[in-house]
Design a protein around this ligand. Structure first.
Ligand code: ADP
Ligand code: MG
Length: 320
């Protein structure tokens, strides 16, 4: 991976005293990725709940400590955004770095994205949550940070019922971009990567806007925009902008929502809406009243299986 574009130093004091002196792990695992496992824990002195992300320093025989420092540094840059998860403490052991993060009790928005009927988001929910996601992303972009792995598994909720607020997590692939250094890397999750990533063209804040377009599509419809039978077909769908806006998928969803998605899923990154334009789109104006539940069509087919949206979580990640 190209490390030249990563933030190579962090301010947070990295503690080497044992994590277990201060925190008790709660049995429940909150999630895991390729190189990390996240567990709920309780601060012994305050009784407060946190999420501890255990990151392995060695991955595939390579020392990846700097990737973790980059993740910490980006969390520091974003600490004043209410919609980015807070970093509380950092511990280091011989083999791991542990990030003690604010606990997002509502879990991944992924679950509601693929849920049916009553549990699925209404268009009104999507509008409120998307504004928060865009506000978080706007903060990142003001600071020249691009997330590069925005997807429903990395967007969490403070509570799920009642529906709480957004916390963006997982800055493992995030990069700082500026006009001087060009970033060209192949990374991200197949269904969410922008065409410029596939073409090995420079990454910019517009790259994250593309993923927000895919995210919005999934939040509204439960369908994964570009998912094909395999990775190659997914990539072909992306590069050919093969998006289905038909009434079967968008039944009961407003034209403004579709218009919003279309302004994000534009192949040329320079022509794509900027985050501020997204926030000013008429669909996201607070006066819009769209309390109607989504997926009325689904109510009729009560036996239908949950969609396989976003089934593949595999990283493409392979540039040098
Ligand atoms: P990875 O880099 O391995 O994908 P993430 O940071 O995305 O790691 O964490 C993996 C999963 O753990 C997330 O998708 C989510 O389900 C859960 N998780 C991560 N951070 C938190 C948190 N702060 N609160 C609750 N759950 C979390
Ligand atoms: Mg993740």
């Amino acid at each position: 991976m190209n490390r030249s574009t990563m933030v190579s130093s962090a301010q947070t004091r990295i503690r080497t005293d044992p994590f277990s002196n201060d925190c008790t792990l709660v049995a429940r695992e909150l999630g895991r990725g390729k190189f990390a496992v996240v567990k709920k824990c309780i601060d012994k002195s305050t009784g407060k709940e946190y999420a501890a992300k255990f990151l392995r320093k060695r991955r595939k025989g390579e020392d990846c400590r700097l990737d973790i420092i980059n993740e910490i540094a980006i969390l520091e840059i974003a600490k004043f955004s209410p919609h980015v998860v807070d970093l509380h403490e950092v511990y280091e052991t011989a083999s791991e770095i542990i990030l003690v993060l604010e606990y997002a009790a509502g879990g991944e928005i992924f679950h509601q994205c693929v849920a049916h009927h009553d549990e699925a988001f209404t268009e009104k929910d999507v509008i409120r949550l998307l504004r928060q996601i865009l506000n978080g992303v706007s903060y990142l972009h003001e600071n020249n940070v691009v997330h590069l792995d925005l997807k429903p598994q990395n967007i969490l909720l403070t509570s799920s019922n009642p529906l709480g607020d957004i916390r963006i997590v997982d800055f493992g692939l995030s990069r700082q971009v500026d006009s001087v250094k060009e970033v060209r890397e192949i990374l991200g999750t197949p269904e969410y990567v922008a065409p410029e990533i596939l073409n090995y063209e420079p990454i910019s804040t517009a790259t994250a806007i593309w993923s927000i377009g895919v995210l919005t599509y999934v939040m509204l419809t439960g369908d994964s925009t570009f998912l094909g039978g395999d990775k190659q077909e997914t990539f072909l769908n992306i590069s050919q902008l093969n998006v289905h806006y038909g009434p079967d998928v968008f039944e009961g969803i407003t034209d403004l929502a579709v218009d919003f998605i279309k302004s994000l899923l534009i192949k040329n990154p320079r022509k794509r809406a900027k985050v501020e334009q997204c926030l000013r789109h008429p669909w996201l104006c607070p006066s819009t009243d769209l309390a109607k539940p989504l997926k009325e069509a689904d109510l009729e087919e009560s036996e239908s299986e949950p969609t396989d949206a976003v089934a593949s979580d595999e990283l493409v990640l392979m540039a040098s």
